[in-house]
Design a protein around this ligand. Structure first.
Ligand code: ADP
Length: 461
């Protein structure tokens, strides 16, 4: 297979992930193209690229980044060789990757066919079953009627979780303890899913009690080679959304780790997975592991994996899309053995949310912004400077702090120190809340499951 070296890459995204992509490109000597909406005309990602173009004139802030034809037309006019979709927006849209292919522009991610097979949760579950990987007991197909839901409830028992097949970011999910909540949940999850993802398809799973969320990072090339980069623990969640992520997990025995990673590779192999992706699992108290979904794209929390494996995942994504084999020096992974774990990493998501007002997004101009720095601290910021204007147009992620330490305790202490060092004035942030979590004895003991924040309301005080 020929190698196509990219000269120019567009990030079809905004915020911190667009900047993350530009940094990877610049280090590889590839020039960068940003797109920005009218609402983002002052945003940092625009200024971090070699070229930047306004898109979506007259459209809403989100819709501007969803205009497939406009983005591809622009990329063609500006001689873009490849598009990196980041996360969110068009990153899992098979129509978009197919349109890139048709336009002769490389899509830095899996093929449209792989995206279709894994992109929604119902079809992902089918792939897992065929690959011999355990899934959470649930409905095999979308649930279309109340009757179908009640039949499942009768056989599985409560609690049940109603989930949107197209769901993401914790949206389109309802936990039901009884029949009344199930019937309500069906309606509200479907309408939330329709509004958020344009797809009201719903299915049901047995609600696993107080599980841990563990996920495996994978990377495949176009030549049939696949590796994993071990796991991340993302159990600290608020409303099913990740808040703090850790790599590697603190409680997997070597045998369990091996099992989890081999499940991830089985699923990936069964579809001939290409590029970076994440296979997500839940693990219950008895250490039963259940597949939940595949995210066929780079994830917010990829930074912690980069820190513990010393591998640049975004650069590897680009190299794979150029046609390199994993074993080529440009990627440098001759075999699975080359991926080694060193120490521990933690990521905290600093958001412009007001913990005193039920984490409502806060807006305004950042008046003062002093960052943390020093040994073991990595920052990936979107609007990290004094004068930046935070508007209601986009999600509230302001900066990701990732810390590294030889032990989990070292990484936690560095995170605590970094959080204390930060000064952000002008908008409210969740820093105080993150500090309470990071110093909590249950956190330090590595015992958090997905119910941690619910069970410890003191961290919100
Ligand atoms: P999303 O795509 O919105 O992130 P996921 O399917 O990845 O949704 O689930 C997000 C979180 O919701 C999980 O990490 C877990 O905390 C919770 N969750 C999802 N499915 C179940 C389940 N069957 N039982 C218990 N918790 C679940």
């Amino acid at each position: 297979m020929n190698i196509t070296k990219f000269k120019k890459i567009m990030a079809a995204n905004r915020g911190e992930i667009a900047i993350r992509i530009f940094r990877a490109c610049t280090e590889l000597g590839i020039s960068t193209v940003a797109i920005y909406s009218q609402q983002d005309r002052l945003s940092l990602h625009r200024y971090k690229a070699d070229e930047a173009y306004l898109i979506g004139k007259g459209k809403g802030a989100i819709d501007a980044y969803l205009g497939i034809d406009e983005i591809i037309d622009l990329a063609r006019k500006k001689n873009v060789d490849a598009i990196h979709p980041g996360y969110g927006f068009l990153s899992e849209n098979a129509e978009f990757s197919a349109a890139c292919e048709r336009a002769g522009i490389a899509f830095i991610g899996p093929t449209p066919d792989i995206q279709r097979r894994l992109g929604d949760k119902v079809s992902g579950r089918k792939v897992a079953v065929e690959a011999g990987v355990p899934i959470v007991p649930g409905t095999n197909d979308p649930v279309r009627t109340e009757e179908e839901a009640l039949i499942f409830a009768k056989s599985a028992g409560y609690p049940i979780i109603v989930k949107a097949s197209a769901g993401g970011g914790g949206r389109g999910m309802r936990v039901a303890q009884n029949q009344k909540e199930l019937l309500e949940g069906l309606r509200s999850a479907a309408s939330e899913a329709k509004a958020s993802f344009g797809d009201a398809t719903i299915f049901l799973e047995k609600y696993v009690k107080n599980p841990k969320h563990v996920e495996v990072q994978i990377l495949g090339d176009k030549h049939g080679n696949l590796v994993h980069f071990y796991e991340r623990d993302c159990s600290i969640q608020r409303r099913h959304q990740k808040v703090i992520e850790i790599a590697p997990s603190l409680y997997l025995t070597p045998k369990k780790r091996e099992e989890l990673c081999s499940y991830a590779l089985k699923i990936a192999n069964s579809v001939g997975y290409i590029n970076a992706g994440t296979v997500e699992f839940l693990m219950d108290k008895e250490e039963n592991v259940y597949f939940i979904e595949v995210n066929p794209r780079i994830q917010v929390e990829h930074t912690v994996t980069e820190l513990v494996t010393l591998r640049n995942l975004v650069q590897a994504q680009i190299r794979v899309a150029e046609g390199y084999k994993l074993s080529d020096p440009e990627i440098g992974i001759k075999s699975q053995k080359d991926i080694e774990l060193r120490g521990f990493a933690i990521q905290s998501r600093i958001t412009t949310e007001d913990p005193d007002n039920n984490f409502a997004p806060d807006f305004g101009t950042i008046k003062a912004y002093r960052t943390a720095a020093g040994f073991g601290v990595r920052l990936d910021a979107a609007a990290g400077y004094a004068g930046a204007v935070i508007t209601p147009d986009y999600d509230s992620l302001l900066v990701k702090i990732s810390t590294w330490g030889l032990t989990f305790l070292d990484a936690s202490r560095t995170m605590h120190r970094a959080l204390q060092e930060f000064r952000i004035r002008g908008v409210k942030t969740n820093i105080g809340f993150l500090e309470k979590v990071i110093t909590h004895p249950v956190f330090l003991a590595g015992d958090c499951d997905t119910s941690f924040l619910e069970k410890h309301p003191e961290v919100f005080e």
